[in-house]
Design a binder for this molecule. Structure first.
Ligand code: PMV
Length: 363
């Protein structure tokens, strides 16, 4: 066998939704019952870094997460969908001889399809604690494979549709800035369920995300299990998907375009609250937020009431951790407030973050 190992390394950011995805329309294609919108957190601390390699000397597909091999990876439906999906779009690898300008095909499209892959992925933030680590992970996996195989889309957004099959929210992490995942469903193969950028990372540079890690324990109910229970039992969820989210998608896209933090913050908080209300409306109910999470909600409403405007907005995913969106000019004030309310927990953290603003992720 040819011992050459081809490899590519990329990173992808995590993303935190302002309009939440909750509920699958089709579990085979992993498509949602409603559109969603998120901000990609473009900061080195919250990224997954993935190296994908391929060689005809590899005898099977293998995956390592944070240095530990995941033994059943190659049979996982999600992993297979990403690897097989991107490999099917591989193109010939061509190198140009710098001396003569002659082009030489070093790997043909067909040769790629006969090669197994080895994937090594790292992330630096709590896995499965509701901080969207799977989003960054699957987005980095797809992006690394795209680079490795020189893959080309057969329709716009196809790579995001592949990442979606790894983890729904991963499709949004293939773009920076503000990203919408259009629910789709008009096409029978769901090729219209794709993510697209609403505004890039330079459009509204003042936006910051402050992450309050309430707990880094693994969440009790996985998003997949939670969603299927909610779809099966929550009438509120069906109403939300049909009546509420389409309006909120318009509101938030307008707010982002106009850089209107008042409107952006309000709809973000309302949508987080409604998502957790659908969890409570699920039977039996699901609780992702805890008492500390709820105290953060109260703190932010008191802060905004004191300021007479919305200066910070909270949002919670499938776990107790808070993500606070704010503007650059309010970060220090907001962190001072966090330090006052949670002195024992945040003394070291906030001191560190005020000095290097590591917690104030530049969104
Ligand atoms: O992509 P998943 O299956 O991990 O689901 C993500 C669900 C939420 O994080 C709660 C909401 C969202 O839109 O990211």
């Amino acid at each position: 066998p040819n011992p050459i190992i081809h490899e590519a390394t990329v990173s992808a950011p995590t993303n935190i939704a302002c309009i939440k995805y909750w509920g699958k329309a089709n579990s085979q294609y992993n498509t949602p019952i409603n559109s969603s919108l998120s901000v990609s957190l473009d900061q080195t601390d919250l990224r997954a870094v993935t190296t994908a390699s391929a060689s005809s000397s590899f005898d099977r597909d293998r995956l390592w997460l944070n240095g530990i091999e995941v033994l059943d990876a190659s049979t996982s439906k999600r992993f297979r969908a990403c690897v097989d999906g991107v490999r099917a779009l591989a193109t010939d690898k061509v190198v140009v001889d710098p001396a003569t300008g002659a082009k030489c095909v070093v790997v043909t499209k067909d040769e790629w399809s006969g090669m197994h892959v080895h994937i090594a992925s790292y992330n630096t933030f709590p896995t499965a604690a509701g901080l969207a680590s799977s989003a960054a992970g699957y987005a980095a996996l797809v992006a690394a494979l795209v680079r490795l195989f020189g893959a080309e889309e057969s329709y716009p957004g196809e790579f995001t549709a592949i990442a979606r099959q790894g983890s729904g929210s991963a499709c949004r992490s293939l773009h920076g800035g503000f990203v919408a995942w259009r629910a789709g469903g008009k096409k029978s193969d769901w090729s219209d369920s794709i993510a697209e950028q609403v505004a890039d990372e330079l459009h509204w540079e003042e936006v910051r995300a402050v992450i309050l890690v309430v707990s880094d324990a693994k969440k009790e109910t996985s998003s997949t299990d939670g969603m299927s229970d909610s779809v099966a039992t929550s009438e509120l969820l069906a109403f939300r998907a049909r009546e509420v989210v389409p309006k909120r998608m318009n509101i938030i896209e307008e707010a982002i375009k106009a850089k209107d933090f008042e409107s952006f913050g309000k709809v973000t908080m309302m949508d987080s609250n409604q998502f957790h209300a659908t969890c409570l409306d699920t039977y039996p109910p699901i609780f992702y937020m805890n008492d500390v999470s709820r105290s953060v909600v109260q703190m932010i409403h008191m802060y905004n009431a004191w300021a007479g405007e919305i200066r910070a907005a909270y949002t919670f995913d499938a776990g107790p951790n808070a993500v606070l969106y704010t503007l650059d000019k309010h970060v220090v004030e907001l962190l001072a407030l966090v330090l006052k309310y949670y002195p024992a927990q945040s003394e070291d953290l906030v001191g560190d973050y005020v000095s290097n603003l590591a917690l104030a992720q530049k969104a």
